[in-house]
Design a protein around this ligand. Structure first.
Ligand SMILES: C[S@@+](CC[C@H](N)C(=O)[O-])C[C@H]1O[C@@H](n2cnc3c(N)ncnc32)[C@H](O)[C@@H]1O
Length: 478
């Protein structure tokens, strides 16, 4: 991408050289790069989330349009490519990045990202980064200059060829370095893809792309073609409710403001709609969303329920997220309960064998939506899995208690990690003590959708479907 070379003065702007001030005149720090630096530094220093902290910094800096887009590209790109950039910087600096002063380290990461992954001219990438280092660690400008000059001696492919272990002997290590993912995540993806390393590489590449924004045109409230016309977008490839947003702030769209549409990945729409589409004998008026916050799927289920004379009970344990569910489902037949979903049978508001359709959109590692959270791949650890999978099993067990005989439970994660998908489902079903059968989930998705595998569960993928990597298992209680 082309970088707008900033020329405006900043808070830490240059000396004017007037009034006997003999300091040399320095080029001003451009505000997009400064904003990106502050966002990356906040992520590493304060454990901030880039998608929350960056909009605040952009607003405080008064950055809009191209400048904001450039700052966003630098922030998200640097965070996504962090693993590979750090390996390159370690080599170029001759010492582990962990031993570089954090402000200098973050500035170097931004500089290396510009050199290796953008069309910013090398001289501009180096000089603007050295300016940045001068403002945060004045003693380190010579070091930063030398490191970046070394980085600029190769392009990204040549650095990977130098530093990555050979694909033949260490494919996981190779892919991890080449496509900037932790090895344990590459291993998990490869396993979920049946060991196909070519496909694993395609997934990793997709994870490093900027994700599209999808809208859900709520059924019965707005036609997706009409919404697509309004926003200048296109109807989705698979979900009958999806609209692809070409750009702009979704919060400014009138249909989103008045609750006829909401922002939601197309894969999330598909799995929620699949539960509503599954054939069911007998009563069909009581639907339950056991993990509802912040309310994306409850919004779609609520709109579908309204069309079919059903009602949704939406359960969420975190109070602030339960409030978000209430906001997301206003004017829909949805009752929100702030409570622990595992209390099924232990609380009169959540009786056993009461519901016809139950969704368990379980808390998970979120490895299926790494595109949307650039820093999360570096924060997640394998040690996150045991407590999460225990909670997933307990919630699915509660759902199986909540559903009536003959009723349906959809278990969903936005992670393709088999421990959170297949292992959780089979273990929870085995331990539940109630008879359950798997329903083939593939026919519950739009006809002709490719790449759905052998069933009965479905795994969606960014590189196959353009969606987050959502997993869906549908169970029928006997
Ligand atoms: C993956 S998110 C659900 C996303 C939501 N279905 C949507 O589409 O917007 C999982 C949610 O489960 C909630 N949760 C975690 N433990 C829970 C529990 N024991 N009972 C109910 N909700 C829980 C989390 O707070 C989180 O909001």
């Amino acid at each position: 991408m082309t970088a707008p070379e900033g020329t405006r003065p900043t808070r830490s702007g240059p000396s004017t050289g007037r009034g006997g001030d003999r300091r040399p005149v320095r080029p001003p720090l451009d505000r997009p790069r400064r904003a990106a630096y502050e966002a990356v530094a906040a992520v590493h220093r304060d454990d901030a989330f880039a998608n929350l902290v960056l909009p605040i910094i952009l607003r405080d800096e008064g950055l809009f349009g191209r400048d904001a887009a450039f700052a966003t590209e630098l922030t998200y790109g640097t965070l996504r490519h962090l693993g590979t950039l750090d390996a390159i910087l370690t080599d170029a600096a001759g010492r582990d990045v962990a031993r570089i002063d954090p402000p200098v380290r973050d500035a170097l990461r931004l500089g290396a990202y510009q050199l290796l992954h953008t069309r910013v001219p090398a001289h501009a990438a180096v000089s603007s980064t050295v300016d940045l280092v001068r403002s945060v660690a004045p003693g380190a400008t010579g070091f930063a200059n030398a490191v970046l000059r070394e980085v600029s001696t190769r392009d990204a492919d040549a650095w990977v060829a130098k530093l990555a272990p050979p694909m033949e002997t260490d494919p996981i290590g190779h892919l991890a370095l080449a496509y900037s993912h932790p090895q344990w995540i590459v291993r998990a993806f490869s396993e979920a893809l049946g060991g196909d390393l070519g496909e694993t590489a395609r997934l990793l590449i997709e994870d490093n792309e900027r994700p599209p924004v999808h809208l859900c045109a709520r059924p019965g409230l707005i036609d997706p073609v009409e919404l697509a016309d309004q926003v200048g977008g296109a109807p989705g490839a698979f979900s009958p409710y999806a609209v692809y947003l070409p750009g702009g702030a979704p919060g400014d769209i009138p249909a989103v403001v008045d609750g006829r549409a909401h922002v939601q990945d197309e894969g999330s729409q598909l799995v929620a709609a699949a539960l509503a589409a599954a054939p069911l004998d007998g009563p069909d008026g009581r639907w339950l969303d056991l993990c509802a916050g912040p309310g994306g799927k409850a919004g779609l289920l609520g709109a579908l329920a309204a069309q079919r004379g059903a009602r949704v009970t939406a359960v969420e344990v975190a109070e602030h997220r339960a409030r978000l569910v209430s906001l997301a489902t206003r004017d829909l037949p949805v009752a929100v309960l702030t409570m622990d979903g595992r209390d099924v049978g232990g609380d009169p508001k959540l009786p056993e064998q009461h519901f016809d359709r139950v969704l368990v959109d379980a808390p998970c590692t979120g490895l299926g939506s790494l595109r949307r959270r650039p820093e999360s791949r570096w924060r997640r650890q394998p040690s996150d899995l045991p407590p999460l999978t225990r909670l997933q099993r307990e919630l699915l067990g509660a759902a199986l208690r909540a559903v009536r005989p003959g009723g349906l439970v959809a278990y969903v994660t936005c992670s393709p990690h088999t421990v959170e998908t297949h292992v959780t489902v089979t273990e929870a079903a085995r331990r539940s003590g109630v008879p359950v059968d798997f329903v083939d989930a593939r026919p519950l998705l739009p006809a002709g959708m490719p790449g759905l595998g052998d069933g009965p569960t479905v795994q969606l993928w960014p590189h196959r479907h353009g969606t987050d990597a959502m997993f869906l298992a549908v169970l029928r209680r006997g």
